[in-house]
Design a protein around this ligand. Structure first.
Ligand code: GAP
Length: 540
C-alpha cells in the first residue's frame, strides 16, 4: 500500500484515534481540560519512550562516527528543571524570551500579534452596472485580521464577505492580498482592526511583550527573592554543567553533552494538538568545539540529525531542511537550520521538528560573565602544535585558550511523537478497523499480539506459554476476547506489527499463524521460531 500524503490525512481523525486507543488524552479532562497540556496514555508513553531510547542510544551510548573515522565523544546529563534564576538572566530568557501578544476586549481571546494577518477591508457599490465609467462608491470598513494558518488568505476573504454583508452590503473591494502582521501596523491603523473573533473594529489592544517562562517560588516565602522559573529549554542545564563535565569526565574538546527532559513555555497560542504545548519534552545536545572548527561541526550535525530522523521510518518526501534567514536567527545564533516535517495541518507546507544552531560562544561567555567563574578551555594539543611551529607566546596563548563554540541539535521528543503518529496514520476502508497505525515495528508500542483462536481446547494455555516466553524481550499482549477480526482491528489501530494465532493445528504440528499488519498476509511458522521472527523484524 503506497504511503499517503500528509495533506490527505485529517488531524481530527488522528486526534480521535489517539484518544480512543490511549495514545494521548487531553490533560485534566474530567475538569474540562487545560489548554496546552496533554497526557500520554499507555500506548503514547510507550511510543515516546521508544523514540527517547533510540535517541539516547544513537547520541550517547553509540554516538555517530566523526569525520576522523572515530566515534565522537559524548556524555549524558539529567539536570534540574529549576535552576538558580540568574541562569535565565544570563541566557537572555528573562529579558528576551517573549512573544508580542494582543487581547480582544470583545471576544476576550488572546492572540500572538505576529500571527494576526491583517488587510484593509472596503466594500464597493455600483459595480453591478459594469459600465467602465460608472460611479463606484468605496466604503472603507477598517482592517480585518485573521489568525495565520495554512489557508489564511481564503479565510480572510470569507470573513470579509460576511462582515460586508452585516455592515451594509456591497462587493468586496481589494487590490491584491498583501497581508501585514498586526504588530507591524502603525498604531493609528491598529485601532481600525477587526479581530478574528469579533465584527467590530478597535477591540484589539496594543501588543504587549509576554514572557513565556512559567514562574514559581522556592521555599516558604513568596517574594521576589524566592522567584524561580521552570526551564523553557533543557540546554541551559548543560551549559551550567559544562565545567563539571570537563573536570570529572576526562573529555577533551570537541565533545558533546546530551540531555532529554521536560521543558515548559507559557505559549500564547498552544495549538495543533501536541505540536505546540505548554509542557513538552526536548532532546538536546550541546557540542563544544574549537571556534575555527564550528562551521565543520555544524555541517556534520546537520547531516547526522537528518539521517537519524529517517531511521524512525519517516519518508524522505515528508522531511526537509530549512535554513533560517538572518532576520529570523535567535539572539545567540550565528547559523541555524530547521529539520521540518510535512504535518497534516501544515501540508503542503512543512513545520519545525528540530533546529540545528551554531550558538557561537554566546552561552558560555554569558555564564562566565554572570557567574564570574572561568569557563575558558585550555587546549593542550593546540599548545603543543603552536610551540612546535615556533609561535610567539601571544600566538600560543591565543590558539590554546578559548571559550568553546557550541553547535546545538535541539529537537522536541513530544514533537517526534506527533510526527510518528501522523506518519503512521493510514486510512483503509477495506479493513475492519478502517484506519491503522503503520509504525516501523521497532517503534510500535506493542510488538506482538498473541491470540488463542478460541478460549478452550488447550489453546489459551499454549498462548499463555508463548506470552510468558516473549514478554521479557518484547512488549506483547494476549487477547482472547471477541472474533479474530475484531482482535486484528484493535491491534491495527494500536499499530501492532505482528499477531500470532494459536489454533487447532498448533496443537498438532506446533505451528502458529503470523499475520502482518501492513499486508494483512498470513503465514505459518513454528512456534519455536516466533522469538527469532520478531527479533529479525525489529533489527532494522
Ligand atoms: N535550546 C534551543 C531550543 O530550545 P527551540 O527551537 O525553541 O530551541 C527546540 O526548541 C525544539 O523543541 C523545537 O524544534 C521543537 O521540536 C521543540 N519545541 C519547542 N517549543 C515547543 C512547544 N511549545 N511544544 C512542543 N515542542 C516544542
Amino acid at each position: 500500500m503506497p504511503d499517503i500524503d500528509p495533506a490527505d490525512k485529517s488531524m481530527d481523525a488522528i486526534v480521535a484515534l489517539c484518544k480512543r486507543r490511549g495514545f494521548v488524552y487531553p490533560a485534566s479532562e474530567i475538569y474540562g481540560g487545560i489548554n496546552g497540556f496533554w497526557d500520554y496514555g499507555p500506548l503514547g508513553v510507550a511510543l515516546k519512550n521508544n523514540i527517547r531510547d533510540h535517541w539516547w542510544k544513537h547520541m550517547v551510548e553509540c554516538p555517530p562516527i566523526g569525520p576522523d573515522g572515530e566515534p565522537v565523544s559524548m556524555v549524558g546529563l539529567d539536570s534540574s528543571i529549576i535552576q538558580n534564576p540568574r541562569t535565565w538572566e544570563a541566557s537572555g530568557h528573562v529579558g528576551g524570551f517573549s512573544d508580542p501578544m494582543v487581547d480582544c476586549t470583545d471576544s476576550k481571546k488572546r492572540y500572538r500579534a505576529d500571527h494576526l494577518m491583517c488587510h484593509e477591508l472596503s466594500a464597493a457599490t455600483n459595480l453591478a452596472t459594469k459600465a467602465p465609467d460608472a460611479a463606484v462608491e468605496i466604503r472603507p470598513i477598517g482592517w480585518l485580521a485573521v489568525v495565520e494558518d495554512e489557508d489564511y488568505a481564503n479565510l480572510w476573504v470569507q470573513r470579509a464577505k460576511k462582515i460586508i454583508k452585516k455592515t451594509g452590503g456591497g462587493e468586496l473591494h481589494v487590490a491584491g492580498l498583501n497581508f501585514v502582521p498586526y504588530n507591524e501596523l502603525p498604531s493609528d491603523i491598529q485601532k481600525l482592526v477587526i479581530g478574528p473573533d469579533s465584527d467590530k473594529p478597535g477591540t484589539l489592544t496594543e501588543p504587549r511583550q509576554f514572557n513565556l517562562m512559567f514562574e514559581t517560588f522556592v521555599g516558604a516565602i513568596r517574594n521576589e527573592d524566592a522567584k524561580a522559573y521552570l526551564r523553557p529549554e533543557t540546554a541551559q542545564g548543560i551549559f551550567l554543567n559544562y565545567k563539571n563535565v570537563l573536570d570529572t569526565m576526562r573529555v577533551k574538546v570537541p565533545f558533546g553533552v546530551a540531555q532529554i527532559g521536560k521543558s515548559f513555555r507559557n505559549e500564547v497560542t498552544p495549538r495543533n494538538f501536541i505540536f505546540r504545548s505548554r509542557e513538552f519534552e526536548q532532546m538536546e545536545m550541546e557540542w563544544f568545539c574549537a571556534p575555527d572548527e564550528a562551521a565543520k561541526w555544524y555541517e556534520f550535525w546537520k547531516v547526522e540529525r537528518m539521517k537519524w530522523w529517517k531511521t524512525l521510518g519517516i519518508s524522505d518526501s515528508n522531511l526537509r531542511y530549512r535554513d533560517h534567514d538572518e532576520d529570523e536567527l535567535a539572539h545567540y545564533s550565528k547559523m541555524c537550520v530547521d529539520i521540518e516535517y510535512k504535518y497534516p495541518f501544515s501540508a503542503p507546507g512543512f513545520g519545525e521538528l528540530e533546529g540545528v544552531a551554531h550558538r557561537g560562544c554566546f552561552d558560555l561567555t554569558q555564564h562566565q560573565t554572570h557567574s564570574k567563574q572561568k569557563l575558558e578551555y585550555f587546549d593542550q594539543e593546540r599548545q603543543v602544535k603552536a610551540k612546535k611551529a615556533g609561535a610567539s607566546k601571544e600566538e600560543i596563548d591565543a590558539q590554546s585558550k578559548y571559550i568553546p563554540n557550541v553547535i546545538e541539535p535541539a529537537s522536541g521528543l513530544t514533537r517526534g511523537v506527533l510526527v510518528l503518529l501522523c506518519e503512521a496514520y493510514t486510512e483503509d476502508g477495506t479493513r475492519p478497523s478502517k484506519e491503522f497505525m503503520k509504525f516501523k515495528p521497532k517503534f510500535a508500542p506493542i510488538k506482538a499480539g498473541i491470540f488463542p483462536l478460541v478460549n478452550k481446547d488447550g489453546m489459551p494455555e499454549v498462548a499463555q506459554k508463548l506470552y510468558m516466553q516473549l514478554r521479557e524481550k518484547y512488549t506483547c499482549q494476549i487477547d482472547a476476547k471477541q472474533s479474530i477480526g475484531k482482535r486484528y482491528a484493535r491491534m491495527d489501530e494500536a499499530g501492532t506489527p505482528f499477531c500470532f494465532t494459536i489454533d487447532g493445528d498448533t496443537l498438532q504440528d506446533q505451528t502458529v499463524t503470523v499475520r502482518d499488519r501492513d499486508s494483512q498476509s498470513q503465514e505459518r511458522i513454528n512456534i519455536d521460531k516466533v522469538d527469532a521472527f520478531i527479533a529479525e523484524k525489529l533489527a532494522d
